[in-house]
Structures are given as C-alpha cells and as structure tokens.
Design a protein. Structure first.
Length: 149
C-alpha cells in the first residue's frame, strides 16, 4: 500500500501556511519541514510583521526544525516550500545540509536556480509540485496588492 505521505500531501500543508501569510498581508510563501513522515516545523513569510527581510518562510522553518531536533543539521529532513527558494534561503539550506528540497512555483527573477546559487551537494531537489496552485496564490496576492495601491 502506498503511503499517503508524499510530496503532494506535504506541499498542501505548505500551501496552508502560504494562505496564512496571505491573510496577514505577507507575500504568500509557506514552508514545512518533514522528518520521517512527520512535520517538525511549519512557517510562512513574516517579513512585514517582523520588519525583517530575513524572515522568509524557509528561514523560520529552519530555525523551528533545528530547535525541534536539538541540532543545526537537517540531513534527514525535507523542506517543502511553495516558491523556489531565493539565494538567501538556498544558502541557509546549504549550511543546514537539508536532505531534500521540494518546491512549488518557480521564481524566475529571484530564485536560486537562475542566480546559480549552489546547494549542498547531497541535497536532492524536486520542483513543480502543485506548481499551478502555488503560482495562483502568489498571482492573486500581487494583483490584489496592485489594486489597493
């Protein structure tokens, strides 16, 4: 029997976090970190609320996961994030030695891929999981934001 805990399942949990960011007026990016089919960290962007440019969903999730595990290395963990990590978050994933990154929508302007940011050599990457749903939430946010200004 196939496990219900797959990349789509966990990306849906990250999307729930992104929705919470949307409701707070934050750029709707959500993240969860999973270890052995258990979510050990949940986070979403908090840059506006905390007035902190480093308060990306991934950064918040790395901190929470490290606290949960009692150590800074996340070798046996998977990061699920609704948007391709930026250069800063990709760099943090390198130092955390995250085992796998699964992202939803691509970020052609600020994503780590086009900026050629290196990840840890052992980190596995899966892109495009629920890409359409993740992208639609971001598009809706920016359309609404432009209409308010």
């Amino acid at each position: 029997m196939e496990s219900p805990f797959n990349d789509t399942y966990f990306m849906k949990r990250a999307l729930q976090e992104a929705e919470m960011a949307f409701e707070k007026g934050e750029v709707p990016v959500g993240a969860v970190i999973v270890c052995k089919d258990q979510i050990i960290a949940r986070a979403h962007n908090l840059t506006e609320m905390l007035n902190d440019v480093t308060a990306h969903a991934e950064m918040q999730a790395f901190t929470a996961a490290a606290d949960f595990l009692g150590g800074k290395y996340l070798k046996d963990c998977t990061l699920y994030v609704t948007l391709e990590p930026c250069q800063m978050c990709a760099g943090a994933s390198y130092w955390a030695q995250i085992g796998k990154i699964v992202f939803g929508a691509r970020d052609d302007q600020r994503g780590y891929i086009n900026l050629e940011t290196k990840l840890h050599p052992k980190t596995k990457i899966v892109g495009g999981v629920l890409e359409e749903e993740c992208g639609k939430l971001l598009t809706r946010f920016f359309i609404e934001k432009r209409n308010l200004n």
